[in-house]
Design a protein around this ligand. Structure first.
Ligand SMILES: Cc1cc2nc3c(=O)[nH]c(=O)nc-3n(C[C@H](O)[C@H](O)[C@H](O)COP(=O)(O)OP(=O)(O)OC[C@H]3O[C@@H](n4cnc5c(N)ncnc54)[C@H](O)[C@@H]3O)c2cc1C
Length: 481
């Protein structure tokens, strides 16, 4: 990058400019480590005005930029782009306001998810979206990915909890989307921004909704011989009209990995359910009985209800550690993220087992069963020739299976770099073109996280009417702008 541009960046962020190659490597990938690109520079602004000034330079000099929170994304969303810079929001990590009377928190994007709950817990509130990575991932990253978590079954995904945003648009202007009050007239612009994976600009402040902590929380663990039995219990619980706070499932491989890592004391079984119920004491007491009965009918041979907060924490520790624990049982693994209708769980899980046997690769399953949000973990050994390719193929075929069953290629991890080529398997070209019209309205020059999410980038300036493929796209040479 030219020295004169670096000087301009340095004038804005001072020591928050990284250009040393050895330090740039820290930012070359996110949690999806098999994609790597070295950025030209990394900037760590501390204020909205600094983000704005950086983006204004990018706009003037036509430099693509990628926002980065904590870099825990699993779809390559924060992967740097060729000849681009990374804007890390890690230093913008202040909780600016806690408004208990209106149950709102105003946070900068670099605030860590779990810190929001920690801040409001003494007042009897919590921030509901709880990705398993919540002790490290940022609110900005959660917004961009519309992140989910175990308790989103009852409380809703990030989008339900983001009421308003301050955003630096790719042209360097600042806009405020949404409001603290509910149901503003006009387009749901926060709804458009949440889940946009960094392609519409950079969130610099977020107004979050917090929720009153329920009177009682009870967590039940049920052991089954198979995931099919556990899946039938999930359908039974929801079918009976209950909405637990969370229903999570782990298969035997996932249990083995979690046990090796955090010793949660899980039974050695084929399918494990964690069901959490919350609400008034009498209601929870009654529902725990009902859930236990349904689990028993579906074949559960051990049911434990956590008897203390400490025991409940141990139940969750195994589940939350499961992804990272895979390293205990396999040298390499691919984390996949797909969605299916809940009722398809037994069928899809047995089909995954068949596909896994046919590919000669182990697949561990640990997932948000209540939402039908699968996380198959395809295990492989990168040192064995051909295994990585077979693992990739298997994980893509699992996603195809999800789509065939009426589901989706992602539930919460986003499309990013990894799954953009699969978007065409879910959406027809006119649908993709319409989505990119939204992109063009925010970022006509395609500077904000370009090349992500869509299989082909649209050339905004040339379009006024319905989508017509650009001649270069037709020729197949315009994968990126
Ligand atoms: C062990 C593990 C467990 C996980 N469990 C879950 C889970 O249960 N549920 C779940 O949903 N995800 C989960 N994830 C994925 C990941 O943690 C989430 O996607 C998280 O929201 C990413 O946050 P981050 O701060 O790390 O964002 P990053 O990875 O840094 O960035 C993610 C995306 O957000 C964009 N972005 C970041 N900040 C901003 C901003 N301020 N404005 C605009 N765009 C921005 C980036 O450009 C990128 O596209 C898990 C990941 C790991 C490693």
């Amino acid at each position: 990058m030219e020295a004169r541009i670096l000087d301009q960046f340095r004038a804005i962020v001072g020591r928050g400019l990284i250009t040393e190659t050895s330090q740039l490597h820290t930012y070359e990938c996110d949690g999806l480590t098999n994609f790597r690109v070295l950025p030209q520079a990394v900037l760590l602004p501390a204020l909205t005005a600094e983000v704005q000034a950086i983006v204004q330079i990018c706009q003037r000099e036509k430099i693509p930029f990628v926002a980065r929170g904590s870099g825990t994304g699993l779809s390559g969303g924060a992967l740097p782009v060729d000849k681009g810079i990374v804007i890390s929001l890690a230093r913008m990590n202040r909780i600016l306001e806690v408004d208990l009377l209106n149950a709102r928190v105003v946070a900068e994007p670099g605030v860590i998810n779990a810190d929001v709950t920690q801040r409001v817990a003494p007042h009897g509130y919590f921030y509901a979206p709880d990705p398993s990575s919540q002790s490290v991932c940022s609110i900005g990253g959660n917004v961009a990915e519309n992140s989910g978590g175990a308790h989103c079954l009852k409380y809703g995904f990030t989008t339900t909890h983001v009421l308003a945003l301050e955003v630096v648009l790719p042209d360097g202007s600042i806009v405020h989307l949404g409001s603290r009050a509910l149901d503003r007239p006009g387009y749901d612009l926060p709804g458009i921004f949440v889940g946009s994976e960094g392609t519409l600009g950079i969130a610099t402040k977020v107004v979050l909704r917090i929720v009153k902590k329920p009177a009682v929380i009870q967590t039940l663990l049920a052991a089954f011989n198979t995931t099919e039995e556990a899946g039938a219990a999930v359908s039974g619980i929801i079918g009976a009209g209950m909405l637990p706070a969370a229903i999570e499932m782990m298969d035997n491989l996932a249990i083995q990995a979690a046990e090796a890592s955090v010793h949660a004391g899980y039974p050695d079984c084929g399918g494990l359910l964690l069901v959490e119920l919350d609400g008034p004491a009498a209601e929870v007491e009654h529902l725990i009985e009902e859930v236990s009965a349904i689990c028993t009918q579906c074949g559960a041979w051990e049911i434990r209800v956590a008897q203390s907060e400490a025991e409940r924490a141990v139940f969750w520790k195994g589940r939350k550690a499961a992804f990272a624990a895979m390293g205990r049982i396999s040298p390499n693994y691919i984390v996949q993220d797909g969605v299916i209708p809940r009722t398809a769980l037994p069928k899809v899980l047995s089909e995954i087992e068949r596909m896994s046997a046919a590919a000669g690769l182990r697949v561990a399953n640990v997932f948000h069963a209540g939402d039908g949000n699968l996380h198959p973990l395809v295990l492989y050994d990168g040192r064995i020739a051909g295994q990585e390719e077979r693992a990739m193929e298997l994980s893509i075929n699992i996603l195809r299976l999800c789509v065939q069953c009426g589901g989706s290629i992602t539930g919460e991890h986003g499309v990013g770099e990894e799954k953009k080529m699969m978007m065409g398997e879910m959406f027809a070209e006119p649908d993709l073109a319409t989505m990119q019209l939204v992109r063009c309205a925010f970022d006509p020059e395609q500077l904000s996280n370009p090349g992500k999410v869509f299989p082909r980038t649209r050339f905004c300036a040339e379009r006024t009417g319905p989508y017509q493929p650009h001649p270069l796209e037709v020729a197949g040479v315009a994968q990126f702008f």
